[in-house]
Design a protein around this ligand. Sequence first.
Ligand SMILES: [Zn+2]
Length: 537
Amino acid sequence: MTSVQLYDTTLRDGAQREGISFSVVDKLHIAQKLDGLGIHFIEGGWPGSNPKDVEFFDKARDLTLTNAVLVALGSTRYPKAETETDANLLALVNSGAKVGTIIGKSSELQVTQVLETTLDENLSMIADSIRYLRAKGLTVFFDAEHFFDGFKANSDYSLRCLQVAAEAGAGCLVLCDTNGGTLPGEITVAVEAARKITDVPLGIHAHNDSELAIANTLVAIQAGVSQVQGTINGYGERCGNANLCSIIPVLKLKLGIDCVTNEQLAKLTEVSHYISEMANLVPDAFLPYVGSSVFAHKGGLHVSGLMKWAESYQHIDPTQVGNQQRVVVSELSGKMNILYKAKEMGLDLPPGGKEARKLLQQVKWLESRGFQYDNAEASFELLLHRAKPNYKPPFELVDFMVIVEKRRRPPARENLEEMLSEVVVKVRVCDEIIHTAAEGNGPINALDQALRKALLQFYPSLAQVRLVDYKVRILEESVGTAAQVRVLIESSDGVNEWRTVGSSTNIIEASWLALADSLEYWLLKQKASPDSVKVDF
Ligand SMILES: [Zn+2]
């Protein structure tokens, strides 16, 4: 069986994506997570290029890594300069890393046009730098920058660069598609040519500019490469690097290459989401293997198939990569979606399917009125509860009034005008009617304030519920009717998040429905009882 070593460069190439900036502490936490995932080499940064990376390697001396070896990156020495006094190489030695990866040019044009030196001098730079680090006791990997582009233009010179690096003692020759423009067939040809001239292990470093980074990585492995460089979630310079979150499961589950254990593979989704959070990016729901939507089933036919045979609409078992199968409910659903969902929520519907069919009709009718449940599971769960004959809602709206006013300020500031919103709400809890009013910076905010004011008297713990996202969409789904407004609200209690939906031709009513669902759902989950917490007023 081919053996493959995983080399992660999220902390260096990944951090080169526009908008990402990891702190030293973030980097240390990420290194620990990557170690748990079974990554063999973690490129921690480029200590010769910035003080943050120097600090990282300093602090990383205290990290306990079980699987991974920390790698420091640097480049070959400057043209016509001494190796011993090269600050970049010195920083690499001082980093304390046992492995150093050296970037060197392996393309004729890059040497003459960008480096502006001779082809021979570039070969000396490669050899000198590798020998120097080897003499300092480091294992050295050679990143052959622009190898594939160079190979197309002048293959002899690109291969010569590899040969020189191998002779100088490099432990791996990493072929880089630096600009990400190479096609899989070209990768195969170039890797096979490299394979013929050296026995030193080869690696692949592919960028995703042609959306081929993963394909290029896989064909390189099939042509004999044994080190795979990539990043978590494919983060990286420009369009990004080869995505290890896809490569690892492909290697393990499809090609039978045992690069990580089953337990490590099951951490993949968690690690992917963790690193998104660290990068301050919303996890991509549609990222293969690890996205929250990539094992979600919406079509009724699909769900009915899944209930008979789990693999009928899934290429792998999602739990292998730590993900989970989900069924979403929508107008495209069948009875099976409703039954499946009810079971998942612990609300078994009676067999026979009469209730499920009724609920399905209700969902379809509501969706035709602008509601949408595939992204508002809390509202769907409430539908199921409300269908139960003995269901008692924790509160009920009697009525509300919204006043939106544009007011002129007092004469001294008479050129200032302001918008004021005030809401009066009447809510029933058990048999009591509570009447409250509140102001807000807009009508929705005022509505939220007034409703909370009423409910907090009965349910003080509601204070921890926050509205974290509010989305409005105008729908023009059928000609001849007034446009519907759909409001999606995301709420959080600091631990859990849930989403609710409301729809109406009136934005205030749509917002009210989503808002009331959000609070009702939370109270239901908390099994909050008004009698036990009621205070006198
Ligand atoms: Zn790169």
